[in-house]
Design a protein. Structure first.
Length: 84
């Protein structure tokens, strides 16, 4: 089976890899923002302005971007497999 599975050289990036990386970074920024905006609820301090909560929404955006990258990578792999 190993000879049937196409492999790519280790130095090349597949389609969608960049989207996955960008999505992961945006997700992490959103996750940190979520932790920061929830902290005042537990610490009993004054809540942050609405903009801080809007930045928390980046978590979902990052997940969507990463998912799009995975789907693009899957599509490219399927296209490559059909071509062989």
């Amino acid at each position: 089976m190993r000879n049937e599975t196409p492999t790519k050289p280790s130095g090349t990036a597949a389609p969608g890899d960049g989207l996955v990386r960008v999505g992961a970074v945006v997700f992490i920024v959103g996750a940190v923002a979520t932790l920061v905006t929830v902290a005042p609820l537990f610490l009993g301090t004054k809540p942050f302005p609405t903009v801080a909560y809007a930045v928390s929404m980046l978590m979902g955006v990052g997940f969507a971007v990463a998912a799009a990258g995975v789907l693009r990578s899957v599509a490219a792999q399927r296209k490559q497999a059909r071509g062989l």
